[in-house]
Design a binder for this molecule. Structure first.
Ligand code: FAD
Length: 383
């Protein structure tokens, strides 16, 4: 029998691939098992929003750490993954939204994130292509956008380059405990994988893996409805969103305008997800209401993906409350792309060093054991 790996990772989305890279950089022997291709699920089909502002306070330290990694991708993974610091503009519908944005500024500042509050006049001067219907906005100049298709594969390539054993087309059918750690049975492979530590980054399938080892939490699925237009001349600078959720819009360097609002449908058992025509029509109306120059721009494609959602809209990140050596990071509830790079750094440190300087207490799985959970949104997605 071969020696167990220091770490096995289930799931080659951005969270898993980043964990593999960071763990290899720390010298651990790593195997990553991905059922399909790395980055083919939520991590590769998302909107591409890379924002710190608008996040729950429990995520801000992690988000801040991630932002530092996003700015260093070329050195870390050999590609900038088309990350552009275009800024993120969160628009206020009314004075109550403006008050929320102002209160959020203090939270951002306490994590070293700066954002400016713009009144309606400033907003119109700086972003004249927006409909003149907003009370103001918060602009976070450090935020931006990236090409989701590039990111998880780039982390996987970099991890493999450092010696991680990245296995695609490898479905983990069963996990059990042994006196040496974890035994993973792979579909169609008589030889199990053994590891001293197990990282569960299985996305919308994360709660099922957790439950098979005795950690029970509720994880549903969500499928943000996405649209992209034909390329047009440069129009929109920052990544745009609404206070409290609703329509979000960005323009890529190639000129296409990507936008989303509302939810499609997903079936995680069949690995299928699809956008809905009436949701797409409503999203297109909302996009034109925000940026009137988008009227008559051709929509070329719609899509969605399978994303895990926790009852309180926050992911589970951290150690298992019941099994030593087991760590979870799943249920990112529609906003885990920006967090992914730091999630990997944190999981590698926690599992290999036993501690990590980035506070993630508010994301602990144990929060679901203590109190009843409250659903936080009315189905809105803020990318
Ligand atoms: C349409 C859409 C738009 C979004 N927009 C944004 C955005 O703009 N900004 C943002 O921050 N976030 C956004 N998100 C959320 C973000 O994409 C996700 O939170 C993030 O990518 C989750 O990464 P992950 O690695 O946890 O999961 P995933 O990328 O889903 O990866 C999990 C992987 O685990 C694998 N797996 C599962 N079970 C097994 C098994 N038994 N054996 C082997 N492999 C297994 C799966 O095949 C999958 O590849 C969006 C999500 C969607 C769907």
């Amino acid at each position: 029998m071969t020696a167990p790996f220091d770490m096995a990772i289930i799931g080659g989305g951005l969270a898993g691939c980043s964990t593999a890279l960071h763990a290899r950089r720390m010298g651990a022997s790593v195997v990553l098992l991905e059922r399909g291709r790395c980055g083919a699920q939520a991590s590769g089909v998302n909107y591409g929003g890379v924002r710190q502002q608008g996040r729950h306070p429990a995520e801000l330290a992690l988000s801040r750490r991630s932002r530092l990694i996003w700015g260093n991708l070329e050195a870390l993974v050999g590609s900038d993954c088309e990350f552009r610091q275009t800024g993120h503009l969160k628009l206020a519908r009314n004075d109550a939204d403006m008050a929320d944005l102002a209160a959020h500024q203090a939270e951002l500042r306490s994590h070293g994130i700066s954002a400016e509050l713009l009144d309606d006049g400033m907003l119109r001067r700086r972003f004249p292509y927006l409909a003149p219907i907003y009370a103001g906005a918060s602009f976070c100049g450090e935020d931006g956008q990236a090409n989701p298709r590039l990111v998880a594969p780039a982390f996987a390539r970099a991890a493999r380059g450092l010696g991680a054993d990245i296995r695609e087309g490898c479905d983990v059918a069963e996990v059990s405990l042994s006196d040496q750690g974890f035994v993973l049975r792979i579909s169609g492979d008589p030889v199990p994988v053994r590891a001293r530590r197990l990282i569960n980054t299985a996305g919308a399938w994360g709660a099922a893996i957790a439950a098979s080892l005795g950690d029970h939490v509720e994880e549903t699925v969500m499928a943000p409805n996405m649209c992209v237009t034909e390329p047009i001349a440069p129009l929109i600078g920052p990544n745009l969103g609404m206070c409290g959720g609703g329509i979000y819009i960005r323009q890529t360097e190639q000129g296409s305008v990507v936008f989303g609002s509302g939810l499609g449908i997903a079936d995680r058992d069949r690995l299928r997800a699809r956008p809905l025509a009436d949701v797409t029509r409503e999203a297109a109306r909302a996009a034109v209401a925000m940026v009137p120059a988008l009227a008559n721009v051709l929509l070329v494609r719609t899509w969605t993906g399978i994303e895990g959602r926790m009852p309180d809209g926050l992911p589970v990140v951290g150690p298992s409350p019941s099994v030593a050596g087991l760590y979870h990071a799943f249920g990112f509830s529609g906003h885990g792309f920006q967090l992914g790079p730091a999630v990997g750094a944190v999981l590698a440190e926690l599992s290999l060093d036993g501690h990590c300087a980035t506070p993630i207490d508010g994301l602990a799985m144990s929060r679901f054991e203590k109190k009843p959970v409250v659903r936080d949104t009315a189905g809105h997605h803020q990318a």
